[in-house]
Design a protein around this ligand. Structure first.
Ligand SMILES: [Zn+2]
Length: 360
């Protein structure tokens, strides 16, 4: 009898189910809450994903992509990774030949070496040509502010005046600039029990930064805001809600301070889904300024976005525990607001998209 108990106890501890062995990563309780469930596989209205990345668009067969988009009710995908020159031209040609009204492609500028003689003139010329070839906007990666260096090897500030003409050109040509600056502030914070991104930083240690690497978070964000301030005639789309989705009061102040700034919701739906009432009111108030975006192309993750925006469901799971160890709640947005977020605002600021794909 004693032996039997001993064997069973040892089996119990070997199988890893001993309570004291449970780590935060392993702890993943199934919710026992029984409430109405309304999962949404397809958006209520056709939508524009303003923040997508397709790196092989110059050569890829687009048919499978279109099928996935149709399943989600995605009318237009904006591919932010267009590059420039020949690569961009080929991607635009591929789209024009096969699905001319289902994609928009943004150009990119390579910022390394700013300050070199003639850098700004050459960059302006290239971007002008890219837009002539059909680019519908400019995407600025977070490398500007984090990694790009000027001709002297110094970190390039986002608001460095030596890039002035680029932003002015975009305003002049009527194309928006989608800009991702910095990363969530938690990456700059101590990796301790107070850090909400502890799991992400533990499993992806490369994302952790010291408080000043390569500059304090607030400094990089302030540089981005200076850019908006310095170029009032250029439209900027602040990616990931400018990393203020966890502080919508502050984000609202920024929207009011910068009439030329829009925001998109890529990768921050888990922030919205944990404050359904406050976020609902924020979306009502700033309904003309918010765009739908997703970032990484994983069709299976879109339904969480739809459900947070459209449903009034309580406490449903998010797909990445390292973003959110909390559950989601639906914002229950009214149709008119959904339409603006899903496509009307994007149609207003991105030139040359086919409006006939979307309801009035
Ligand atoms: Zn992105």
């Amino acid at each position: 009898m004693k032996l039997w108990i001993a064997i069973n106890l040892s089996l119990l501890s070997c199988s890893g189910f001993s309570q004291s062995d449970l780590t935060f990563e392993e702890y993943n309780p199934k919710s026992t809450l029984v409430v109405p469930k309304n999962p949404i596989e397809k958006a209520k209205y056709p939508f524009i994903d303003i923040h997508s990345h397709q790196f092989q668009m110059s050569s890829q067969n687009l048919t499978g992509l279109i099928e996935d988009m149709d399943d989600l009710n995605m009318g237009i995908m904006i591919n932010l990774s267009g590059g420039s020159g020949e690569k961009l031209k080929k991607a635009i040609e591929n789209v024009a030949e096969h699905y001319p009204n289902r994609f928009g492609i943004f150009a990119n500028v390579s910022f390394d070496g700013v300050g070199r003689n003639g850098w700004e003139e050459a960059a302006v010329k290239q971007l002008e040509e890219d837009v002539k070839n059909g680019a519908k906007g400019l995407k600025v990666y977070k490398s500007l502010g984090l990694r790009n260096k000027d001709v002297h090897g110094k970190r390039l500030a986002i608001d460095d005046p030596r890039m002035f003409k680029i932003w002015e050109l975009c305003g002049g040509l009527g194309i928006p600039v989608l800009i991702h600056a910095a990363d969530p502030k938690s990456f700059w914070d101590p990796l301790d029990s107070d850090n909400e991104r502890w799991l992400e930083l533990k499993t992806r240690p490369g994302r952790k930064r010291s408080a000043t690497n390569p500059a304090p978070w607030q400094q990089i964000i302030d540089e981005q805001h200076n850019l908006f301030r310095n170029h009032p005639n250029t439209i900027f789309i602040n990616a990931h809600m400018g990393w203020y989705a966890n502080n919508l009061t502050r984000l609202g102040e920024l929207i009011e301070e910068f009439p030329n700034m829009y925001v998109e919701i890529a990768a921050v739906i888990a922030e919205l889904g944990r404050q359904p009432r406050f976020a609902h009111d924020f979306f009502i108030k700033y309904q003309n300024k918010i765009l739908f975006g997703k970032d990484s192309w994983k069709p299976e993750e879109f339904p969480t976005y739809f459900r947070v925006l459209e449903s009034k469901d309580d406490y449903f799971p998010y797909h990445k525990k390292y973003h959110a160890f909390w559950a989601m709640y639906g914002l229950d947005l009214p149709d008119e607001v959904l339409k603006k977020v899903y496509y009307k605002n994007a149609l207003k600021i991105v030139p040359g998209l086919d409006k006939s794909l979307f309801p009035e």
